[in-house]
Write a protein that binds this ligand. Structure first.
Ligand code: 8YV
Length: 328
């Protein structure tokens, strides 16, 4: 029997690719070339499944050009690169990689918060540039982390992971804002209090964004919100580009309207707003919150398992949609 054909759109761990090759005829991209939408659509021809990352967009045009497609497995928990309603309408299963990256991403959120509040990269640049000639009492004096107030916007699994670290590890006062309130048990576990977005922005010493991207969450933080924050506050975005208005943030940082920011995700990444590159009070990282070998391997394996289970057992492991009358 012929093996089903799939496309693996980006380079992944060779051992995961090998496990896919046991079940599928695989076209891969181990050279990790950047494909245009047209090239992705062309490569998708004849494929019944695909493994993508957040960089590949699955939309109506691609689906219409590929009516044979049955499942696309994203190697990411976020799936704003998928038009899920269009996929459901086209009878294509969508899946993501929840859970396996929660703790690693929460670790990174905390690392970025610490680096930002304590001005770690800014001071390292100063040292490397040979500017350190003497100690002084206020040299790179930053903001306190332990005992301060952290405001988390988006209290899903990763937000809760950050809250636990903040409350239990650093004795922080945790406030959060979310579409829906957590259960009393979860609030107690995270030692977190629900507040309005406005109160959070006004009160928090550190604002951390972990909200999924959608039309509603676009520019959750813009000029108006930055103006509500304390002038001593830090802002951390590990959610998605577009949750923050990067142009407004660059202006606010330059004007010291807020003290500092730590940003892992950008509008239009891998491009970065030039204003952010100019200001010293921002820590910039290239979308690496889930980047540990163990976690990236687990993400790749879960994406591969979604494809394999769908074709061998008729059901993806972590599907995002229900496709009527569809079994492999
Ligand atoms: C991925 C992410 O590294 O899982 C997500 O949603 O943002 C990151 O963990 C990235 O999207 C690659 O697919």
């Amino acid at each position: 029997m012929n093996k089903p054909s799939i496309l693996v759109a980006r380079a992944i761990f060779p051992e995961v690719l090998q496990s896919l090759a046991q079940v599928f005829e695989v076209e891969s991209n181990q050279a990790d070339e950047v494909w245009s939408a047209a090239e992705l659509t062309r490569r998708m021809q004849g494929k019944v499944g695909a493994l993508t990352t957040g960089s590949e967009r699955i939309d109506t045009a691609l689906l219409q050009a590929n009516p044979q497609l049955r499942i696309v497995a994203n190697m990411a928990v976020g799936f704003n690169n998928f038009d899920v309603p269009a996929m459901t309408a086209a009878g294509v299963v969508a899946s993501n990689t929840p859970d396996v990256l929660t703790e690693t991403t929460a670790d990174f959120g905390f690392a970025l918060l610490m680096a930002t509040a304590r001005r770690i990269t800014e001071s390292e640049h100063f040292l490397r540039a040979g500017q350190w000639t003497k100690w002084s009492y206020d040299m790179f004096a930053g903001a306190e982390v332990h005992g301060s107030t952290i405001g988390i916007i988006g209290m899903g699994r990763i937000g809760q992971g950050i809250a636990r670290r903040a409350a239990h590890g650093f004795g922080m006062n945790v406030i959060y804002h979310n579409r829906s309130r957590l259960s009393a048990e979860l609030e107690a576990e995270c030692k977190a209090s629900y507040v309005s977005k406005e109160e959070l922005l006004k009160t928090a010493d550190h604002v951390v964004l972990v909200v999924p991207y959608s039309a509603e969450s676009h520019h959750t933080i813009g000029a108006a919100e930055l103006a509500q924050m304390k002038s001593t506050a830090t802002l951390v975005n590990i959610a998605r580009g577009g949750i923050v208005d990067d142009a407004a943030l660059a202006k606010a940082l330059a004007a010291r309207q807020i003290a500092a920011a730590g940003i892992d995700v950008f509008e239009g990444e891998p491009s970065v707003h030039p204003g952010l590159l100019k200001v010293p009070n921002v820590v910039l990282t290239p979308h690496i919150a889930s980047a540990t070998i163990k976690t990236r391997r687990a993400m790749a394996q879960l994406a591969a398992d979604n494809l394999m289970e769908f074709f061998t057992k008729g059901q993806a492991v972590t599907p995002l949609n229900t496709v009527a009358g569809r079994t492999a």
